[in-house]
Design a protein around this ligand. Structure first.
Ligand code: AKG
Ligand code: FE2
Length: 348
């Protein structure tokens, strides 16, 4: 998110879907969203000053992408954040994990093999394989504490607004340099439907960047607002479940494609019907990311599959992440053996 003061030259620029945050003279914080392309000329800039009116003398205007926020100690899910999520199907929270938290997670992922030894690969339907580790329950190690933390689980509970949430599943997506595979266009609810969850609005995923994610190393791509299209038909393509290609092509004409470029620690939280994909990784940069998914107690599956029925999450305070010293004991996580997953073909 770009923060630009009233005096700096932020005019003569083109923005796509911007959010303008400003302070009025009577010190109230206001937010305006301009969808589509906004060309800010010096003139129209005065005009927006005019329309927003009564700007405080030293007001700071923040221009950010629609749905983008920054984490701070005072961060909480506001009505504005919920509105963004419901309108466009996702939000981005920059700096969600700080350097200290990332360094602790590194101990579990790179200084021990207690998570990565459970990795397996699935064909991407073309010529690459996607490497990942899946687990059903959070457990008590640093990655589980993160998933159960007030800042993640508490925020998601508020964002969904459908009562108590629980851990639906976590993935460490290990998109390796030079070899990492693609993910085809899909909705997560395309396969979670098969796990017997009735309401897509009750399911969401936090994609948390562990490495930097950019176009070069296959960052996530999303079709903004596509969650409003409902569930699209999905079929097997290679080892993965992919959304009906013709329907996706039509939706691409009306739902803008957005590359979600993230720095380590940034989080994207997206609706289970938001259509997304990612490219193979031809770059020298590894792209590892966590995908932590949640469901609500009220939406516990009506059939029995490998996916967990409601079990309390046991939230912990955010400070528990930094005080966690368990980087190796993965008891209770229930790592997935792909042979148990009815929505993928492990041997494809
Ligand atoms: O990590 C990625 O690029 C996409 C993964 C994904 O969408 C999924 O596992 O459902
Ligand atoms: Fe997905």
């Amino acid at each position: 998110m770009e923060t630009i003061s009233k005096s700096s030259s932020w005019y003569n620029a083109i923005f796509h879907d911007i959010k303008v945050t400003y302070t009025t003279r009577d010190n109230r914080r206001r937010v305006k969203i301009y969808t589509g392309i906004t060309y800010i000329r010096e003139k129209s800039c005065r005009y927006s000053f005019g329309t927003v009116g009564n700007l405080a003398r030293n007001s700071v205007l923040s221009f950010g992408m629609d749905g983008e926020y920054t984490f701070s100690e005072t961060f909480s899910v506001t009505e504005e954040i919920r509105d963004s999520y419901n309108r466009i199907g996702f939000i981005i929270i920059r700096n969600f994990l700080d350097k200290e938290e990332l360094a602790l997670i590194k101990k579990a992922l790179e200084e021990s093999d207690s998570i990565t030894k459970h990795a397996y690969e699935l064909s991407d339907g073309v010529d690459r394989r996607s490497k990942m580790v899946l687990w059903r329950h959070p457990g008590n190690d640093i990655t589980g504490i993160m998933a159960r933390s007030e800042k993640l689980a508490g925020s998601i509970e508020k964002l969904l607004g459908h009562g108590e949430i629980y851990h639906w599943g976590s993935k460490l997506m290990m998109k390796e340099a030079k070899t990492g595979g693609r993910h085809l266009w899909h909705q997560d609810y395309g396969y979670w439907y098969q796990n017997g969850c009735l309401f897509p609005d009750h399911l969401t995923t936090a994609f948390i960047a562990y490495d930097r994610c950019n176009k070069e190393n296959g960052c996530l791509q999303i079709l903004k607002g596509s969650h409003k299209a409902g569930r699209i038909e999905h079929t097997f393509v290679g080892g993965q479940t992919g959304a009906d290609v013709t329907r996706v092509e039509e939706l691409m004409k009306v739902c803008p494609l957005q590359y979600v470029e993230l720095q380590p620690g940034d989080a994207l939280i997206f609706h289970s019907n938001l259509i997304h994909r990612s490219d193979k990784n031809d770059s020298e940069q590894r792209r590892w990311a966590f995908l932590i998914s949640y469901n609500t107690k009220a939406n516990s599956p009506v059939i029995s599959t490998f996916a967990p029925a409601y079990v309390p999450l046991n939230k912990v305070p955010t400070s528990a992440i930094k005080s966690c010293s368990n980087f190796t004991d993965m008891t209770g996580k229930a790592f997935l053996d792909p042979k148990d997953d009815i929505t993928v073909k492990a041997d494809a």
